[in-house]
Design a protein around this ligand. Sequence first.
Ligand code: 2IP
Ligand code: CA
Ligand code: CA
Length: 378
Amino acid sequence: MAALLKSLLAASEKAANIAQLCRQEEALFSLLIEEKRGADKNKKFLQDFKTLADVLIQEVIKHDVGKEFPELQGYIRGEESNKFENGLGETVVVQVCPTQPETAALLQKVLDRNQTAAELLAAAVHQVMVLSDPALDDVTVTISTENMAVWIDPIDSTNQYIRGRGDVVPVDGIYPSGLHSALVLIGVYNRHSGEPVLGIINEPFFQEQLPEHRWQSRYHWGISYGDTKLSSLSRPLPQAPPRVVLSSSEKGVLQKALGPLYGEQFCFASGAGYKMLCVALGFADAYVLSEGSTFKWDSCGPHAILRALGGGIADYAGALRAWRAGQRDLLPELTYNKPEEGATGADQWANRGGVIAYTHHDHLEAVVDTLAAAVDVV
Ligand code: 2IP
Ligand code: CA
Ligand code: CA
């Protein structure tokens, strides 16, 4: 398990490098932000480039981790599909090739023959990562990877990533928007039980170094396997008074219902993964989302970390139903192995009932108790 943790952390650092590179290297950055009016072909190319950053990161993680753990190949999945149709009508399957020049040649096909951009990305893709983190030497858990599978969100909070504001000021530790909320999320879960087991959250835009304006990343991890709970983070203390972080698009009726519990004060932030990170870091006691707008790849990694800290992520609608049925000890948690029946495409993997992320079970109960009395659940 320590080997899997190290491999995933190294992959997350490489992913963070690629995410930074696309914002820092002129040849790539200009593609990311260009807003050209005009030809459809051009618009499609820019759209593809934005998606390419996501797809490439996902493929790199799949490739690097699959190489070290062949038994996981075929069980590492993410948000993106790796097929592109470029401006010339060619279908290109983005993947990591055996050599850097081959990867560069492949990327050129997606990047409308832009050689500089393709070579910069290929170099980052083939970079050999060296992870030096003494804390990992103490991790000795053994878990059979044969029963595991992986969810990846290569870049969560893509909108904020593309907008690229690095100067947003945090409010009580929470960045309401900006690059800080763009994260790499990796979660390992048990194929049979669907439980989250290992999670990584990498913050590619944790700190900006001046005068070079280079971004530094940092990562967090957690393991929750049977009775073994380990994390790079410590279990946070509850906030007094309690605090909740919400999506700025959260429904008014939910905000109204939660008002009394939180003294009518809410924190708002972009990025589903980032809001879960705010809970893990102790900046908020809960993240409540009443809609099915997050996916398995958003929550699997953060969920494993929250579990390692003694918390979790409950299914919002399921928890309210259980509470009302008097099953207060059985508030259902999200699981990761089963597609939603009757749904197609990405929707199969939506956390359809909404989510409540927490670190202290009594706070989860306070949230569910408050909502069960005030909000309708279908
Ligand atoms: C999104 C992203 C959004 C979030 C949405 C996710 O993932 O995290 O920010 O909405 O739920 O699916 P909100 O910011 O309102 O919480 P992605 O950026 O990967 O599409
Ligand atoms: Ca996402
Ligand atoms: Ca994403």
